[in-house]
Design a protein around this ligand. Structure first.
Ligand SMILES: Nc1nc2c(ncn2[C@@H]2O[C@H](COP(=O)(O)OP(=O)(O)OP(=O)(O)O)[C@@H](O)[C@H]2O)c(=O)[nH]1
Length: 297
């Protein structure tokens, strides 16, 4: 075999190597010499194993050569080239076993490809985070971190649908802080906010995982309890009310009124109607003196 026939290979901007059946380099072009920082004639007659990492050698033994023997070609093999100074360079190789039992390697450096891939991965991660942030923004109330009204409706309708399938009952509690304007007026808007945030956390702490809690207005909260009978939902509403009135927030005594609408009848399983019923019950609770639970008709 004459190396002359590879002379034009120096014009290619990719590495070309020919190895014999003992993996000894028989020919390499200028690209490989530049990549290795070694003169071409110093590369010839060395083993290709000397120029690639340990892991790449294991990969060659266990995967590449067995495939070459049966399939004659292996494509887009990622390996690590090691230059004269020990610098590791990621490369991609297409390898072919010729009818002359010589192995023909086409190699190119893929630092830029990796860079691009990393950039794409980073962009992807960034977009995912952005999308998560947007979802949080669109579904939660920024003051308390509870669900907002729109998300409440979406989740409530899902829960209602599930309750229809399971033929289970559920309850909606409309919770409103009593005389909140007074709190704002006496202690300032900032302290008012603090009361809202603390109350939201306290309600959250008393709930089960599947319960749905939202802040739908200034000092208005809605709680949906799934899979619960009327007596248990009333007891829970009372417990919530008591807990709030028994635990002042920053020394401020706070109470809530609660309108409770329980839903057992199939025809009543409509979120907006349920909310209206609970709202009317809340109105009655306020009218009859506040700090109480009123059950809707
Ligand atoms: N600090 C604070 N106040 C708010 C917020 N949203 C609404 N408010 C105030 O909440 C008060 C609600 O007052 P009202 O609707 O008159 O009700 P209330 O004083 O709670 O009286 P009742 O509901 O009848 O017991 C108003 O003064 C609003 O300005 C908020 O996000 N932060």
């Amino acid at each position: 075999m004459h190396t002359d026939k590879f002379a034009d290979s120096n014009n290619f901007y990719s590495g070309h190597i020919v190895t014999d059946c003992k993996r000894k380099i028989y020919y390499c072009n200028d690209y490989i010499a530049d990549l290795s920082c070694i003169a071409k004639n110093a590369i010839v007659n060395t083993s290709i194993s000397q120029h690639i990492s340990k892991a790449s050698n294991i990969f060659l033994d266990s995967y590449v050569y067995p495939i070459l023997i049966t399939e004659f070609t292996v494509e887009e093999i990622q390996m690590t080239w090691i230059d004269k100074h020990g610098k590791k360079i990621p490369i991609v190789a297409n390898i072919k076993l010729g009818p002359d039992s010589m192995t023909y390697w086409s190699i190119y450096v893929c630092i830029n490809r990796d860079k691009l891939q990393n950039e794409l991965l980073n962009t992807n991660e960034y977009l995912e985070k952005l999308s998560n942030d947007l979802t949080v923004l669109a579904t939660t109330d920024s003051l308390t971190g509870l669900l907002n009204r729109r998300e409440l409706k979406r989740q409530a309708e899902k829960a209602i649908y599930q309750a229809s399938i399971n033929q289970s009952s559920f309850a909606l509690l409309f919770i409103d802080i009593d005389l909140f304007k007074k709190i704002n007026d006496s202690f300032g808007h900032q302290m008012g906010d603090k009361v809202i945030i603390t109350l939201a956390q306290r309600l959250k702490d008393m709930l089960r995982e599947n319960d749905i809690l939202a802040r739908i207005g200034g000092e208005e909260f809605v709680l949906i309890l799934t899979n619960i009978d009327p007596i248990s939902s009333y007891k829970l509403a009372e417990r919530l009310r008591e807990k709030v009135s028994d635990s002042p927030i920053n020394g401020i005594s706070v109470t809530v009124s609660i309108g409770l609408a329980v839903c057992e009848d199939e025809n009543l399983k409509d979120f907006d109607k349920l909310l209206q019923r609970a709202d009317k019950a809340l109105y009655e609770a306020k009218k009859s003196g506040r700090n109480r639970v009123f059950i809707a008709n």
